[in-house]
Design a protein around this ligand. Structure first.
Ligand code: PHE
Length: 361
């Protein structure tokens, strides 16, 4: 190919590109322009490059130079076209192409999680008891027999200690090294195997831990999970939560226990709630009561309570002649279910978000 013809091919291409640029007014047209002139397969520049191959060797340098100029010119035109389109879309959208983004369309809603009803209940209970002056403490879920039974005045032959009624950890006796933190009960160990471990069956364990480590007087609550090998049904589950309360001071009375539990119940369940105290027995309180509320035509027990038994005080080295106290343990699930109108405890632990979402606060 002669150099002249190559030159005129370049001129033709540039003229065509300038002309096309006039009509580029949208992203689609811009893309078409880019493909038409710089497309890697069939773009006009590509064809020009092929023509370049046919130019005789002596004219190659001059033709190559022109080719490079043409390529730069096209790049320049492409940049101008891009600017033109972006200016157009940032100003008033042209009716022919429509806006690039339609701000009137509804957006995508972010899916925000909700707190589990039990978590909400735990927070609510802490808030109510906090206003009554109770500090929040915590204890471990894996316990030794001293804290779960012995110090709580539960003798070895008591049915509550039956291995069939507790989740003992199978490896505890053989594998756990006897550490210096293992409790060393003074005098009679009450049959405690101090290396044995179990999942705590009640939060009353925390009463002992707190009295072992906190100066008196004290007023605490402790909320957490407890474990019992119960077959699940509408009102039982092998894991549930309790709120333990303990008040130790000079001259604490049963009347104060009653006031605190009544204040708590009306605060959490509403002023019209019917609460009753029923004489009962717990090894770690004397006297003891069971606390019920009226729901759906029947009395539902929501916890136990009583005055701290002198034997419990003695186990932790507190003089029962000087100090007195009350303790209570309430079932958190039952409180939560009553408040939210949930009738099957298993619904709380099926992890069905369609169910749980209903209780978003
Ligand atoms: N720990 C008892 C239970 O789980 C409840 C309780 C706590 C009773 C404190 C009296 C005092 O049933």
């Amino acid at each position: 190919m002669a150099l002249d013809s190559f030159d005129s091919a370049v001129d033709g291409l540039l003229a065509e590109a300038r002309a096309s640029l006039q009509s580029v007014d949208s992203l689609e047209a811009l893309e078409a322009f880019r493909i038409q002139f710089t497309g890697a397969k069939n773009g006009a520049l590509k064809s020009l490059q092929k023509l370049l191959g046919a130019v005789p060797p002596e004219h190659k340098p001059a033709a190559g130079k022109r080719f490079n100029q043409a390529r730069e010119a096209i790049d320049q035109l492409l940049t101008e076209a891009t600017d033109k389109v972006s200016q157009a879309s940032s100003g008033k959208p042209k009716s022919s192409t429509g806006p690039l983004v339609d701000p009137t369309l509804p957006g995508l809603r972010p899916r925000i999680g909700v707190l589990h009803p039990i978590t909400q209940t735990l927070e609510h209970l802490k808030e109510i008891m906090g206003r009554l002056g109770f500090n929040v403490t915590e204890g471990p879920e894996i316990e030794d027999e001293w804290h779960n039974f012995v110090a709580l005045n539960i003798p070895e032959d008591h049915p509550a200690r039956d291995p069939l009624d507790n989740f003992y950890l199978a490896t505890a006796k053989t594998n756990l090294p006897k550490s210096s933190t293992d409790p060393q009960p003074a005098g009679n160990s009450g049959g405690a195997d101090i290396a044995a471990r179990l999942l705590r069956s009640q939060t009353s364990t925390v009463q002992i831990r707190v009295m072992e480590s906190t100066p008196l007087p004290l007023r605490i609550i402790s909320l957490g999970r407890v474990y019992r090998p119960d077959a699940p049904d509408a009102t039982h589950f092998p894991m549930f939560h309790q709120m333990e309360g303990l008040w130790v001071d000079k001259n604490v009375t049963m009347a104060q226990l009653k006031s605190v539990l009544r204040l708590f119940a009306t605060s959490y369940l509403g002023g019209d709630v019917n609460v009753r105290f029923r004489p009962s027995f717990f090894p770690f309180t004397e006297p003891s009561v069971e606390v019920d509320y009226w729901w759906n035509g029947q009395w539902i027990e929501f916890g136990g309570a009583g005055m701290v038994d002198p034997n419990v005080f003695r186990a932790v080295g507190i003089d029962p002649e000087q100090w007195s106290g009350f303790a209570f343990g309430l079932g958190v699930e039952r409180l939560c279910m009553r408040r939210f109108g949930i009738t099957d405890i298993r619904d709380l632990y099926r992890s069905d978000v369609r169910f749980l979402r209903q209780f978003a606060s």
